[in-house]
Design a protein. Structure first.
Length: 245
């Protein structure tokens, strides 16, 4: 088993975007306990403490190699809150072989086409003065959001303002990894839904973040409006599963 010490080392041995996202935990400035990463054959695993609300053990590779690697590393990271994360087919095979539990399957989407360049009027990067209003909007419109302004992974927020100057639709640039950006915290005030505001905000933030590298996000598989929006912007869907040790 080889220990990997940086996001660059992870990227050098695997093109998997989830591994690259988790590898931010290996970098200086990560806001929680430093992560760890390993390689065995085709398998790579990255442990990222408290990444996007959970202690995540992200893994990819051929199933035999992944199972062998996880058998070595799980005793060093296992705990009640550790969540295994992998592509859904691999996650199911790992669960069967290791006796772990698949908790949920959802969507991982990455920008697979050039972002739209059409004008997106009225969208801007919001300021620190907007943080209380952003928080209130999310708690009203998306209380289950994995991102709020006080989250250490929140970098900045794009949004549209209403007539009173307060944000009515937002999306967050969050948990950035080297060469990769992650969108979360998308919400529109209920009394402004159906006006295409989320489309405008997500178009803007996708275009801006694509200038910095790959762009990814997670989505519920039954959220058809969101899936239509993201696919229309050039994102490609892959099923992923979270599991418990």
């Amino acid at each position: 088993m080889e220990v990997l010490g940086s996001a660059a080392e992870v990227a050098a041995v695997s093109p998997d975007l989830m591994l690259r996202w988790a590898a931010q935990a290996l970098e200086p400035g990560y806001p929680h306990e430093r992560g760890r990463a390993w390689r065995r054959g085709s398998a790579v695993a990255v442990f990222a403490p408290r990444l996007n609300r959970s202690d995540r053990l992200v893994h990819a590779g051929e199933v035999d190699d992944v199972v062998a690697l996880l058998r070595e590393v799980l005793p060093t990271v296992s705990g009640e809150k550790v969540r295994l994360l992998a592509g859904a087919p691999l996650a199911a095979q790992v669960a069967e072989r290791l006796g772990t539990e698949v908790l949920a399957t959802f969507g991982w989407m990455h920008l697979a086409a050039p972002p739209p360049q059409r004008p997106v009027p009225g969208v801007e990067w919001l300021t620190d003065a907007d943080v209380p209003a952003i928080d209130a909007l999310l708690r009203e419109a998306n209380p289950g959001s994995y991102l709020f302004p006080d989250d250490p992974g929140a970098v900045r927020w794009a949004g549209i303002r209403g007539a009173d100057g307060a944000p009515i639709s937002v999306a967050g640039d969050s948990w950035p990894a080297p060469g990769l950006r992650y969108i979360s915290g998308v919400a529109t005030r209920p009394d402004h839904r159906g006006e295409g505001l989320s489309t405008r905000v997500c178009t803007f933030i996708t275009r801006e973040l694509a200038r910095l590298g790959d762009v990814v996000l997670m989505v519920d598989p039954d959220n058809e409006p969101a899936l239509r929006l993201y696919r229309g912007l050039g994102y490609r869907y892959a099923a992923i599963s979270a599991g418990r040790c």
